[in-house]
Design a binder for this molecule. Structure first.
Ligand SMILES: Nc1ncnc2c1ncn2[C@@H]1O[C@H](COP(=O)(O)OP(=O)(O)OP(=O)(O)O)[C@@H](O)[C@H]1O
Length: 260
């Protein structure tokens, strides 16, 4: 079995009286694309933020690459954080910077590299994310929704991460744009050997690119397994989600795509 790169144990998150996670466990293996699903407000983004250290849990522990993030400090922690690239829900690009400048931000912050090298690396990442070279000079407001996602992806790839965290990357894209983005994630995983933690509501994404699916409900991960196994669970949320009309349509589309 492949190495576990993210290990979450006994996680508890609470805001005021609202308990979002209680005794939550999750394992993510090297090289897999894991799809994280759950109802709105079930705590998917809070889980992501807890794993990358932007949210301090009330209890439990998060290990990345075998290191306990709660007890690490300083340079060691920064070195591990650098191995994580994140694409936030809305892209979170700086609107006053061009795409190339946005992609350069992590390179400038972390490396202190010469400017010419930073510019070349930024151009490389822009290409990796499937954008044309001229997109580098544009501002986020000049881009389509799909291009904004790709620009944010280029920035997430800036420091050559081992794990890519994506929070609803295809939300707001048309079906063709969403399918193209899915294929890009798959290609990047295969070519760069990434592990991908992907929050999504997009059933097509689950059926086409995810190796395993983690379902968040009742404040914890109910199941973390290949889709075929998840679908068979007799649990109300899972049944409604996968056996409803949208779930069935996505399944049929995936079967038809594999046949062609
Ligand atoms: N910083 C915070 N302060 C207070 N409450 C918060 C904070 N962050 C998240 N929450 C609450 O935690 C719950 C889970 O939020 P989260 O954003 O993780 O949900 P989600 O599953 O990602 O939802 P969606 O699918 O709608 O994006 C929500 O009720 C949210 O309001």
């Amino acid at each position: 079995m492949s190495e576990t790169v993210i290990e979450v144990r006994g996680l508890r998150n609470q805001f005021g009286a609202q308990v979002v996670h209680e005794n939550l466990d999750l394992d993510v293996r090297r090289g897999e694309i894991i799809g994280v699903v759950g109802g709105s407000g079930s705590g998917k983004s809070v889980l992501l933020r807890s794993i990358i250290g932007l949210n301090r849990p009330r209890a439990g522990r998060v290990q990345l690459f075998g290191e306990d993030m709660g007890s690490l400090g300083g340079e060691r922690r920064a070195a591990i954080e650098q191995r994580c690239g994140v694409l936030f829900q809305n892209g979170a690009l700086f609107s006053s910077l061009t795409v190339a400048e946005n992609v350069a931000v992590p390179l400038v912050e972390r490396h202190g590299l010469p400017r010419t090298l930073i510019d070349r690396l930024a151009a490389l990442k822009i290409g990796l994310a499937g954008l044309p070279p001229e997109a580098g000079a544009k501002f986020p407001s000049e881009l389509s929704g799909g291009m904004v996602k790709r620009a944010a992806l280029a920035r997430a790839l800036a420091l050559d991460p081992d794990i890519l965290f994506l929070d609803e990357p295809t939300a707001g894209l048309d079906p063709i744009g969403a399918a193209a983005f899915d294929q890009l994630i798959l290609t990047l995983r295969d070519s760069l050997g990434l592990t991908v933690f992907l929050i999504t509501h997009d059933l097509d994404t689950l059926y086409t690119i995810c190796d395993r699916v983690a379902v968040l409900a009742n404040k914890r991960v109910l199941i973390n397994a290949p889709l075929a196994e998840v679908e068979r669970q007799d649990e109300p949320w899972i049944r409604d989600y996968f056996q409803g009309p949208r779930g069935r349509a996505a399944e049929h589309a995936a079967v038809a795509a594999k046949r062609n």
